[in-house]
Write a protein that binds this ligand. Structure first.
Ligand SMILES: [Zn+2]
Length: 60
């Protein structure tokens, strides 16, 4: 199954619903991806306003 990005939180998703926010709207194309391992210590997570672990798209 092709990966896609959640429109609500940009989490990279392979299933039919977003594991991070439960969203069901996805973008088929996205640019870049960033893995956030420790959101509380990550500058990237702060910039993207992500508070959860996971792999996120940079741009939809
Ligand atoms: Zn989501």
């Amino acid at each position: 199954m092709a990966v896609k990005a959640c429109k609500a939180c940009k989490h990279i998703v392979e299933g039919s619903s977003c594991p991070a926010c439960g969203g069901r709207e996805f973008a088929d194309s996205f640019k870049g991806r960033v893995a956030i391992v420790q959101p509380e210590h990550s500058e990237v997570a702060k910039q993207l306003k992500h508070e959860k672990k996971g792999v996120f798209a940079l741009k939809l």
